[in-house]
Design a protein around this ligand. Sequence first.
Ligand SMILES: Cc1ncc(C[n+]2csc(CCOP(=O)(O)OP(=O)(O)O)c2C)c(N)n1
Length: 333
Amino acid sequence: MVNQTYALETDKETLLAMYREMLLARRIDERMWLLNRSGSIPFVVSCQGQEVLQIAASFALNKEKDYVLPYYRDLGVVLHFGMTTREIFLQAYAKGEDPNSGGRQMPSHFGQKKNRIVTGSSPVTTQVPHAVGFALATKMEKKSAVSFVTLGEGSSNQGDFHEGLNFAGVHKLPVIFMVENNKYAISVPLSKQVACENIADRAIGYGMKGIKVDGNEAFEVYKAVKEAHERALNGEGPTLIEAVSYRLTPHSSDDDDSTYRTKDEVSSEKSKDGIVRFKQFLMDKGYLTDALNEELETTIKQEINDATEYAENAPYADVSTLSNHVYGQKEDH
Ligand SMILES: Cc1ncc(C[n+]2csc(CCOP(=O)(O)OP(=O)(O)O)c2C)c(N)n1
């Protein structure tokens, strides 16, 4: 098999595209916090600390064919699959043009049919059996597509996780489960969530390959997902990937993380930030320069300013649409 990681490491254009998406996700997230703290938007749930693994995984998928079933932190995944910066801000402001739910769901409950982003629900882990269902349909229809689902490590204790993995393992379905282990489930640290050493070890109980990777290392994540993707398309069944990172922000804008973790711990984890590491790699290779980085930052800022202004001025959903997507609608004849 071709060593995909090696091929990627010399592919300057793809690497710069990856970096741009990581940076865009981080800067969007940072803007969301400013808007929340200034009272403009009601709620933020961050991707910060998880951008590298989200973007690296997304680049290993086929965004024209695969289905993604993201969880609320997957800003990087949905940006890669085609959700625009404007659309991200429209959902944060709960405006009518929000592609996820027309402003009806909580922010970050991503879903957009045209980009094969399958909507999730507020109860965590419901996306796992949904992803397995998509993979079953894909197999029955003999389509060449993979279903990619993400969740937090805390969510891997829910029944839905185990039922989903069991069914996918038995039927050898083309699905990739990626646990984004950010070491906390709100205030509960990893040591109080699971008694096993690795979340990836759970794979063996369901007859599938399990692999643990450093989520701050883009190439490790890319390789794991690329191989899982190939296995899925070859009919070799599902894979469980555990990508370890750290949640750099509080659980959400409604959480005070100082009650359960120290500032020292957070700043020590911040020093391992995968984006900084990836940027350094690009600099060392000569693919990125200070000037190019500055240019990227400027264009991203402009894109975010435009999106913020657009979403702020956009109308809320019209009251006449209140029951759309809630009750069945009569077709016009
Ligand atoms: C079934 C269910 N139980 C509890 C909650 C409340 N809740 C929302 S997020 C969350 C923590 C999930 O932790 P994890 O899966 O590790 O994801 P993380 O937020 O850390 O990325 C909980 C308990 C919920 N939304 N759904």
